[in-house]
Design a binder for this molecule. Structure first.
Ligand code: ADP
Ligand code: MG
Length: 711
């Protein structure tokens, strides 16, 4: 059995080694095919036209299959190696069992031999004992005794034999199992072999397909090459034909080229001579330009000389004009549109300004544009400080002993009180003027001793009242000084000495309280009366004892609107007549002053009479014409601006002309027209809009303003 097993084992080992070599062969075959496939993947690439055809898809499928097969082969290899390992282990165990079996058999043989030897010895002893009779019994006994021993030994050896047989049976069992395992590994090997055979056939088929595909690709390629070659030949033929045409063309072009070359050479020669030509031309042009520049220069010099002469002439004219105009200036201030103006078309803005000239104001009245020129125009954007800056030179001149009058003129609600009094947060000219006087006086305190006194009065219906007195109802009179100096004074008019800003505030407060308690409707009343703030600055030069007195009259005039025309009756009519009279008188006085008439009708109204000192002589007057910007007030605005421009444009003439000027007091102040249309420097308001106006350049006029302000 052992021999049998050995033989089987050997045959199994042979089988396994055969399978192994088969496997190795298959592996090499697979590797070779894979190599070929990879080579083909690279190889057929140049045959580009075949990309995307069904063969390439098939070959890709085949390639996938191949890689799958390779994977399976690798798996099978793994399984085979596992089986090999198992067979190796079994073979080792079998060898071990064989070795043990051999040992047992050898032991058994030894034991048998030993027992048979002892049996033989015993038989011999029995035979010898039988030959000797008496002692036979004993011998037999001994033999029997010895034979029982032997029996025991025999039974032992039988037991051992039994044991060995069991072991052999066990080994046999093991062998059987191993045989079974071998059987199953045989089956597995057969399966693997079948699979390998299948893979081989598959590979063979794939290979065949690939070959076919390659063949068809090769055919395609050859066909494409042939076609391309045929096409190239046709094209080549066409090119040859073209070339022949070009050649003939070239032959005809050659004479033309020759003439062109000749032309080119001629031009080249000309170009060579060109810089010289250019230089000459440049030289002559330069000379011409130089000459022109010299001419222009001399022209410029001439123009400059003329311009300077003109400037001097203008300056002279301006100086003359300033002298003629005297110290009367008229400015306009347009208030902003307020809530009180309401809404709708009536409240739309009708006033515009000139961006380049701040002395021009345009008004759209009943759809017609009218322009006016004044000394300066303040737009609604102008602040209280801006306006004050314009008048502050006037105010300080009062310290030097000049008399100054500042009037706010305009219809009710146009901003007169705002400009003169202002609001507590944003005070107007009155308060700013007093503050300025204080600071100026303080600056001069080392050399001069100044006292500033303030009076406040109002003129209502041609009655003068003291606003700072204990009895505001009392009518005041204007009288000539009894000293025969010709000076006027108002007996009983309170003069309040102010020494600080607080004092000024007290004065204003007191004056205001007096007015409020006196009149139930202050607004209405104030619009019908002229309010005057009279500041007197008296100075004594500490070193020389020289005395100066300057008076600053700040007048918030009554509303200039033409109430009389709207059929007012009773007290309203009286008020209107008084206002009209006094404003006309003011216009007359200013006109007379500007035209330097011998007689100035100061006495025609309380206002002009009271201000006589401050309007005549070398005193300075400024009229601020207040303007409402809204549509509904354009009629009044037009009249205010006409009044302003008339005041401003009253021109001085020779004595003979005086008689030609009309009288302001003879007509309503607003409807005054000069009897004779003397040529006027700015006649815009009189001329129809758009009819050629003669306006002076703004800059020159501004220079004039500065000049008069400085004075
Ligand atoms: P008048 O004294 O001419 O009757 P007011 O000075 O009382 O007019 O002004 C009428 C209204 O317009 C007031 O409410 C005043 O505050 C306002 N107002 C006038 N001028 C200005 C201005 N420049 N800026 C702002 N508000 C103004
Ligand atoms: Mg007012």
């Amino acid at each position: 059995m052992v021999e049998n097993l050995k033989e089987k084992l050997i045959s199994q080992a042979q089988e396994v080694s055969r399978l192994r070599s088969e496997l190795v062969r298959l592996n090499t075959a697979i590797l070779r095919w894979a190599g070929e496939a990879a080579g083909r993947e690279v190889g057929p690439k140049p045959v580009a036209p075949c990309t995307g055809c069904e063969h390439s898809q098939e070959s890709a499928q085949l390639r996938d299959k191949l890689s799958q097969l390779q994977l399976e082969v690798v798996e099978n290899k793994g399984m085979l190696s596992e089986l090999n390992l198992e067979v190796q282990q079994k073979t080792d165990r079998l060898a071990e069992v064989e070795l043990r079996l051999k040992d047992c058999l050898a032991e058994k043989a030894q034991e048998e031999e030993r027992l048979s030897r002892r049996l033989r010895d015993s038989h011999e002893t029995i035979a010898s004992l039988r030959a000797q009779s008496p002692p036979v019994k004993y011998v037999i006994k001994t033999v029997e005794v010895e034979s029982s021993k032997t029996k025991q030994a025999l039974s032992e050896s039988q037991a051992r034999n039994q044991h060995l047989q069991e072991q052999v049976a066990m080994q046999r069992q093991v062998l059987k199992e191993m045989e079974q395992q071998l059987q199953s590994s045989h089956q597995l090997t057969a399966q693997l072999r079948a699979q390998i055979a299948m893979y081989e056939s598959e590979l063979e088929r794939a290979h065949g397909q690939m070959l076919e595909e390659m063949q068809s690709l090769e055919e395609d390629k050859n066909r494409a090459i042939e076609e391309a070659f045929a096409r190239a030949q046709v094209e080549m033929k066409a090119v040859h034909e073209n070339l022949a045409g070009v050649r003939t063309n070239l032959l005809t072009l050659q004479p033309a080229l020759r003439t062109l070359t000749n032309d080119y050479n001629g031009l080249k020669r000309q170009v060579r001579g060109f810089p010289l030509l250019l230089q000459e031309a440049l030289k002559s042009v330069k000379a011409e330009i130089g000459q022109a520049i010299e001419e222009v220069n001399s022209n410029n010099q001439e123009l400059l000389r003329k311009y300077r002469r003109e400037l001097q002439l203008r300056k002279k004219c301006h100086n003359e004009l300033v002298r003629l105009k005297g110290n009367i200036r008229v400015i306009a201030r347009v208030r902003p549109v307020t809530k009180e103006d309401g809404e709708g078309p009536e409240a739309t803005n009708a006033v515009t300004f000139d961006a380049d000239d701040d002395s021009i104001i345009h008004l759209l009245h009943k759809g017609k544009p009218v322009s006016f020129e004044l000394d300066k125009v303040f737009s609604p954007r102008a602040s209280q400080q801006d306006v004050f800056q314009e008048v502050q030179a006037l105010i300080t001149s009062c310290i030097d002993g000049f008399n100054v009058c500042i009037f706010a003129y305009g219809q009710t609600g146009a901003g007169k009180t705002y400009t003169m009094e202002g609001t507590p947060e944003n005070p107007g000219i009155n308060q700013r003027a007093l503050q300025l006087l204080f600071s100026e006086v303080q600056e001069k305190a080392s050399d001069w001793d100044y006292t500033i006194t303030v009076s406040a009065a109002e003129i209502y219906n041609e009655v003068l009242r003291d606003l700072l007195g204990q009895e505001p109802q009392e009518k005041l009179e204007i009288r000539l000084c009894p000293d025969g100096s010709g000076q006027l004074y108002v007996p009983g008019l309170t003069e309040f000495r102010v020494q600080s800003v607080e004092d000024i505030n007290k004065v204003f407060e007191f004056g205001h309280t007096n007015r409020t308690t006196e009149f139930t409707n202050l607004n209405e009343h104030s619009s019908r009366s002229h309010a005057l703030l009279i500041v007197t600055v008296r100075g004594v030069d500490c070193s020389t004892g020289l005395r100066t007195t300057g008076k600053l009259n700040l007048v918030d005039l009554a509303g200039s609107e033409r109430v009389g025309k709207s059929g007012a009756e009773g007290s309203r009519l009286r008020e209107a007549q008084h206002i009209n009279k006094s404003l006309s008188a003011l216009g007359d006085v200013i006109a007379a002053l500007r035209s330097r008439q011998g007689h100035v009708p100061f006495r025609n109204s309380k206002l002009t009479y009271l201000l006589q000192d401050s309007l005549s002589g070398d005193s300075k007057t400024l009229m601020v014409v207040q303007v409402s910007p809204v549509e509904k007030n354009t009629s009044e605005t037009l009249y205010s601006l006409k009044f302003a421009e008339r005041v401003r444009s009253v021109e001085l003439g020779p004595g003979s002309r005086r008689a030609e000027l009309g009288s302001w007091s003879s007509q309503e102040h607003l409807e005054w027209e000069p009897a004779c249309q003397t040529p006027q420097p700015s006649a815009r308001a009189h001329s129809a809009p758009g009819s050629g106006t003669t306006s002076r350049p703004g800059s020159i006029r501004r220079k004039l303003q500065c000049y008069s302000a400085k004075r």
